[in-house]
Write a protein that binds this ligand. Structure first.
Ligand code: AMP
Ligand code: MG
Length: 354
């Protein structure tokens, strides 16, 4: 028995030594999986501090969720929603940049993105997963509460109008991706790939020097993990997708999804089945383009194709788009022309717009 153990120990040691001798510390790699913000996240980091960076990434996401979650009773957001007002302590401080960003994107998108849509999201059962179709009169009443401009942030105190609540689900993962760029910088991570649900961050390039490959899912085939309308080849970029296929329920043969049009109170139904927003990830700003891409993907899904493309044309230096339409087209904006490889077998018609 003793001999067997020593032989095994020797083998482990040999393997250990062999791997020590072979692995260049700059090529070390670590991955963490985090279940947070209602999604399964995978963060893969590279470089000599890859392990430290991966664990710091997980800590960063968990700390954010403690503040931003709507379903955790003791989160800062839950306390604010419950009391209608919140004095921001050390932890809640994270809410200040996010609330400011949310208000900026609400104003820019003409209210298509609005965190005070929360009571409507809850009425449809998306918060507690108690799905139901609310009546028209109920939605009418709840729509009176949807007005992000009524959220006040003064002297480190946030206040909502009576009856209002906020839902940061449309922006929190993008903000988390922004925060990860900070973690990567602090830990001198040369390359990383973070997949936070529909929010992807490609940091640097792949170990072989080529761009990261990010699939844009086919919204018509949500259960097929390998069904893509095309692949984006990206370096140092955020790619954030919003789509009705990501969260939905069915009742009496109809499908109801989780992105609510604040103008109607119903799931947005403006001809798009998914919106992917792509922007640079190395600007160093927090909140930065991760937050922007997340807010825009939700808002542009609500707007529909024409309004979304007008919005892009006014800001085309800042981001690019892949729109998938309900009538079977994939519309790619000019800046991505060289980075998007369509899947010609997917059955979609492809267009590039400028
Ligand atoms: P996303 O997946 O980023 O498009 O965000 C969708 C989530 O944001 C939903 O699950 C809701 O929690 C919330 N939400 C739904 N509709 C809106 C909206 N119009 N504006 C802001 N947040 C929304
Ligand atoms: Mg979003």
């Amino acid at each position: 028995m003793k001999r067997i153990i020593s032989a095994a120990t020797a083998l482990v040691l040999t393997l250990g030594l062999t791997s020590c001798a072979r692995v260049d510390p700059d090529k070390a790699q670590e991955s963490v999986q985090v279940i947070a913000m209602d999604t399964a996240m995978v963060i893969s980091t590279y470089g000599r501090h890859s392990t430290r960076a991966a664990y710091a990434s997980e800590d960063c996401i968990r700390a954010l969720e403690d503040v931003l979650s709507r379903t955790r009773e003791d989160s800062a957001v839950s306390c604010l929603n419950e009391a209608g007002t919140l004095e921001l302590g050390e932890l809640g401080e994270e809410l200040i940049p996010l609330l400011n960003a949310a208000e900026r994107y609400r104003a820019e998108t003409g209210g298509a993105f609005d965190i005070t849509v929360a009571p409507v999201v809850s009425a449809w059962g998306f918060t507690a997963e108690t799905f139901r179709v609310p009546g028209g009169a109920e939605l009418e009443k709840l729509l009176d509460l949807v007005d992000g401009s009524a959220v006040r942030l003064e002297d480190r105190t946030v206040s909502l109008a009576p009856g209002q609540s906020i839902d940061l689900g449309g922006i929190a993962k993008g903000y988390a991706a922004d925060r990860l760029t900070d973690v990567f910088r602090e830990n001198e991570v040369p390359r990383a790939l973070a997949t936070l649900g529909g929010n992807v961050l490609t940091w640097g390039d792949r170990p072989d020097g080529t761009p990261w490959r990010v699939g844009v899912k086919d919204p018509a085939r949500p259960d097929d993990q390998s069904a893509f309308v095309g692949i984006l080849e990206l370096t140092n970029a955020f790619a954030v997708t919003s789509g009705g296929y990501q969260r939905y329920f069915e009742e009496n043969g109809k499908t109801y999804h989780h992105i609510i049009d604040p103008a109607t109170g119903y799931p947005a139904d403006n001809g798009l089945t998914s919106v992917t927003v792509v922007a640079a990830a190395d600007t160093g700003e927090i909140p930065g383009n991760g937050t922007m891409c997340d807010a825009y993907s939700t808002a542009l899904f609500v707007m529909g194709e024409e309004e979304a493309l007008d919005f892009w044309r006014e800001r085309r230096a800042d981001f690019d788009l892949v729109l998938v339409t309900a009538d079977g087209r994939v519309v790619v904006t000019a800046g991505l022309a060289g980075a998007f490889a369509p899947d010609e077998e997917s059955g979609y018609a492809f267009e590039t717009v400028s």
